[in-house]
Design a protein around this ligand. Structure first.
Ligand code: ATP
Length: 198
């Protein structure tokens, strides 16, 4: 089955597009959500993370994101180590998830599709792009985060232009949801045309 990567910065509109793919019957794997679930539930992953980062990695049995973020924030080596433990586990889980699905293509939604290297396993990549100010406003409304908190996340992610350079489709989401839907329809039709016949 063909794999279509769906990525974009924080607040760009990935989840909105993912919802519309699901409504069309296309299976969508949310790599960010699944990674969180695995980090809290996969015994082997929990063991590896604890032995690398210490007992503090889990607080009352729950992954201590604040602790790990503080460790990896300014330490590239620790971040690399974290990724080298988590990404293969997510990759294996994704491969299992794919098994038995019957669809022209499946969508893998990931904020860090490029940063994690998983873009290499995709047959096509969609980037959803939007101006930073617009994204910040949307996320502030959605999550009650401060402008500074959102900006610091943006700083840790690739820029739109880096993502666009490596993408097959670009959807701009600077306007309303009606405009976004038209862009979605255009890309969806194109993907069906390419992948439906096999
Ligand atoms: P994150 O990476 O933070 O999870 P995301 O890329 O998945 O974000 P969405 O959750 O789809 O982005 O969109 C962010 C917020 O902005 C949501 O509340 C969504 O409903 C809203 N939104 C997205 N696109 C538009 C738009 N064109 N017009 C108005 N609101 C929008």
């Amino acid at each position: 089955m063909k794999i279509v990567g769906l990525t974009g910065g924080i607040g760009s509109g990935k989840s909105t597009l993912a919802k519309w793919f699901r409504q069309k019957g296309i299976p969508v794997y949310n790599a960010d959500d699944e990674a969180k679930l695995l980090m809290n539930n996969d015994p082997e992953l929990i063991k590896k993370l604890t032995s690398e980062f210490g007992e503090e990695t889990y607080k009352d049995g729950i992954y201590n994101r604040a602790y790990i973020s503080s460790l990896v924030f300014k330490n590239k080596k620790a971040l690399k180590k974290l990724n080298s433990i988590v990404h293969p586990a997510v990759f294996r889980h994704f491969e299992n998830w794919l098994n038995g699905l019957d669809s022209a293509f499946a969508v893998k939604e990931a904020a860090i599709l490029f940063e994690s290297g998983s873009w290499k396993d995709c047959d096509a990549i969609i980037t959803v792009a939007a101006d930073e100010e617009i994204r910040i406003k949307r996320v502030m409304e959605r999550d009650q985060l401060s402008k500074e908190q959102i900006q610091s996340r943006i700083k840790n992610q690739w820029t739109d232009s880096q993502r666009i350079e490596k993408s097959d489709f670009v959807i701009y989401n600077n306007h309303g949801l009606d405009e976004l839907k038209l862009e979605f329809d255009r890309v969806y039709k194109d993907l069906l045309k390419q992948y439906q016949s096999g």
